[in-house]
Design a binder for this molecule. Structure first.
Ligand code: ADP
Ligand code: TYD
Length: 212
């Protein structure tokens, strides 16, 4: 399911490698759209609902080998299902704009690519349990070394995928650009190797174009 759906809110997602500036841009976009008078819900994955935030702790903290690749796909999808049921779909039904920091494209990349080719499994589970794509996805494309540096400077207990190092980040960047080609109708690729305000200008312009 792609494209803007009639009689409904608008569902926007941000994607990109760790440290690419997604959270910063999602927050800025929410502020700008609220200034324009829109009713905006800013949320994130994994998380965005009480149950999904609990699952977030299970998947992002502790030993990176805690879960098998398959179990991890189930956990991220379970978190997303709860987030959809309790946060995203109710907000869209009320005609609100939902901005989500990461969504299913992150599972297609991280769980689909990092430990073997599991993309088919990710897509099958997505079709069964989520069955909804965003109206627009902003990919913040950026140089992996810079992204890793920014993500590591941030520190904290959630380092799960940053720990996998630069090689994985390079593959993720290429993978995200591949997804942008695969789902060209909903993806907008924005160059993240620029000052925050320049990136934000492009993000806001793409969003206003979608909303008009
Ligand atoms: P992500 O959500 O993609 O991991 P963040 O938005 O949390 O990225 O940004 C990671 C760090 O980089 C933060 O400290 C943020 O302030 C900084 N940052 C974000 N965008 C830029 C930018 N365009 N230029 C320089 N620093 C940035
Ligand atoms: P996030 O908090 O967005 O991290 P960052 O701000 O560093 O980009 O996401 C945390 C980690 O979760 C990130 O390394 C990517 C990973 N992740 C997956 O592996 N699969 C998923 O489906 C999602 C949503 C995130």
């Amino acid at each position: 399911m792609t494209g803007r759906q009639a009689g409904n809110g608008v569902f926007l997602t941000f994607e990109g490698i760790d440290g690419s500036g997604k959270s910063t841009q999602a927050r800025l976009l929410a502020e700008r759209l609220r200034d324009d008078g829109h009713d905006v819900v800013l949320t994130r994955e994994p998380g965005g609902s009480t149950g999904a935030e609990e699952i977030r702790r299970l998947v992002l903290e502790g030993d990176p080998d805690r879960w098998s690749a398959e179990t991890e796909i189930l956990l991220f999808t379970a978190a997303r299902r709860d987030h959809m049921e309790r946060t995203i779909l109710p907000a869209l039904a009320q005609g609100r704009i939902v901005i989500c920091d990461r969504f299913a494209d992150s599972t297609r990349m991280y769980q689909g690519l990092s430990r073997g080719d599991l993309r088919g499994l990710v897509d099958t589970l997505h079709d069964l349990m989520i069955a909804r794509e965003p109206d627009m996805t902003v990919l913040i494309d950026m140089d992996p070394e810079t992204g890793l540096r920014r993500a590591r400077d941030r520190q904290g207990s959630e380092e799960r995928f940053e720990d996998f190092g630069p090689e994985l980040q390079h593959r993720m960047r290429a993978g995200f650009l591949g997804l942008a080609t695969e789902f060209a109708e909903r993806f907008r690729v924005v160059d993240g190797n620029r000052p925050i305000e320049s990136v934000a200008r492009d993000v806001v312009a793409a969003t206003r174009a979608l909303l008009t």
